[in-house]
Design a protein around this ligand. Structure first.
Ligand code: BGP
Length: 501
């Protein structure tokens, strides 16, 4: 017989963690569509990023562009610009949606190319060819019976808004973005189930070119006030879009999204732990606190003061942020990270930021430390913080998959490492749900091979569908189902049938 106190505990309202999770897959316009100049599309920040063979600073050079790099790209006819062809999704639309339908996903995450709808970003009216293309996309996804998780904009700002306005440092972008979002919700709002105003909005801090459209100064360092002013404008734009969406398409669920780094302290020293708390606050929680809780937390004041950062607030900004917080929170999760006060700790790469090596973990070829338990930890910590439903909007394993021929000459891709990665992460999602975390669903990043955002490589593959293209845009762009396709398809089917695996 439960004691009175225990009985009370068990009668507490439980989050909807018993909901059936949605299982999905994701692409992003600039990393998937290609056709960078077709259908009236304008140049965007991703079209001018070159592929550079991986050396220590190659990723930086192709992730943070200087003005000279942009100018060079605009006239360069010899270099490789992977985002210009990407997976050629623009010309494989119906074929790819049919593959996703065969895969059996519940929900498809994709983004809209701002420069396809507004080639310069500031036209009064949208580009009719861009509207027609996304009419086809929404129609094909709806016909497949797949839900839509839309990323309004995913690292692809019209280049004109960088060159003529200075990117997101310019407050005018809030209205231009609202104009773009209004077209989306008025035309396709009833077809959108979940959406994000911005992909990984904290990326603007680590990758100002991708995140907030800031040109890297030739002398090397970004002005941090420009970076956080830009982020503030995106926070306000996010709240403005949620306000508008609730008037135009009230059934849509609005979200915020951060890259989740899942920080561990390098040692149990108080200093390593304090550094971990403070890095996590600014690198990860700041955007969550503003967008999901509706206010700038106290730690920002000290961080801004210590770094000489000053931002201008509009008269109604804080009230808008407080009133229009998102319905759910979401994360990209690839690996966990280690925080250390040691100056000599060995580092490795990760999504957006480098991190101290963790001796307990294996890493991918790109150095990202594989940590399924970290996903459970990340979900618990985020849910404890926001107490809102959580979407895992990106997760997956980037690998150099090899296209082979089987005995009968049929193209095959054996990717047991990806099956292992997925299976172990799915186990931890179940653990997080059992912990009481209200998880809405899981979306596999790059479900069809796409160009990597960090290093501009087609050959860093995430998909369960292989795309025959290389880092230079060469290839047949034929789609080939990898071994992991059948595994994920059967996993989803078993979940739908309620037979856990
Ligand atoms: C996230 C982006 C995705 C995707 C992912 C994997 O930051 O939201 O677009 O690119 O990282 O990173 P990468 O492509 O560098 O392997």
């Amino acid at each position: 017989m439960l004691a009175e106190r225990d009985r009370k505990l068990t009668s507490l309202p439980r989050p909807a963690s018993s909901r059936a999770l949605l299982w999905g897959g994701a692409t992003a316009s600039s990393q998937y569509e290609g056709a960078f100049a077709a259908g009236g599309k304008g140049l965007d920040t991703q079209d001018v990023r070159p592929y550079l063979p991986r050396t220590s600073d190659a990723t930086t050079a192709t992730r943070l562009l200087t003005r000279s790099a942009v100018e060079r790209a605009k006239t360069d006819t010899r270099g490789a610009y992977p985002f210009r062809t990407a997976s050629d999704g623009y010309h494989h639309l119906e074929e790819d949606i049919a593959l996703l339908q065969e895969l059996g996903i519940d929900i498809y995450r994709f983004s809209i190319s701002w420069a396809r709808l507004f080639p310069m970003g500031d036209e009064p009216e949208p580009n009719p060819e861009g509207l027609a293309y996304y009419d086809r996309v929404f129609s094909a996804v709806r016909k497949a019976g797949t839900k839509v998780f839309l990323t309004l904009t995913h690292y692809a700002l019209p280049l004109h808004l960088v060159e003529a306005y200075g990117g997101w440092t310019n407050r005018a972008l809030i209205d231009l973005y609202a104009r773009f979002a209004r077209v989306v919700f008025e035309r396709w709002g009833d077809a959108i189930d979940y959406y994000l105003p911005f992909n990984e909005i904290n990326a603007g801090y680590f990758s100002p070119w991708n995140g907030v459209g800031l040109i890297k100064p030739e002398d090397g360092e970004y002005n941090q006030s420009d970076v956080f002013q830009s982020l503030h404008h995106q926070f306000v734009a996010s709240a403005r879009v949620i306000q508008m969406q609730r008037e135009i398409a009230p059934a849509c669920q609005s979200g915020c999204m951060v890259a989740d780094f899942c920080y561990y302290p390098h040692t149990c020293s108080p200093e390593d732990n304090l550094k971990t708390v403070r890095e996590e606050q600014v690198n990860q929680w700041l955007a969550v606190d503003v967008l999901a809780r509706g206010y700038y937390p106290g730690y920002v004041d000290r961080f801004f003061a210590e770094h000489g950062i000053r931002i201008e607030l509009g008269e109604d900004d804080l009230e808008l942020l407080a009133r229009y917080t998102c319905d759910f929170a979401s994360i990209s999760y690839y690996q966990s990270s280690v925080c250390s006060t040691s100056e000599t700790a060995e580092h490795t790469a990760g999504n957006l930021v480098c991190t101290v090596k963790n001796p307990y973990l294996q890493a991918t070829e790109w150095g990202w430390q594989i940590d399924p338990v970290g996903l459970r930890t990340a979900l618990n910590k985020l849910y404890d913080r926001v107490r809102k439903p959580i979407f895992i909007s990106e997760n997956g394993m980037g690998a150099r998959d090899v296209l082979e021929r089987d005995g009968g000459g049929k193209p095959v891709v054996h990717d047991p490492y990806r099956v292992d990665y997925l299976a172990r992460h799915f186990e931890q999602i179940d653990e997080a749900v059992a912990d009481g975390v209200d998880v809405i669903g899981y979306i596999m990043w790059g479900v069809i091979d796409i160009v990597s955002a960090g290093s501009c490589e087609m050959e860093k593959r995430y998909g369960v569908v292989y795309v025959d293209a290389d880092n230079h845009g060469n290839g047949s762009f034929e789609r080939i189902k990898k071994d992991s396709f059948a595994w994920y398809r059967d996993f989803i089917r078993a979940r739908h049938e309620g037979t856990t695996r």
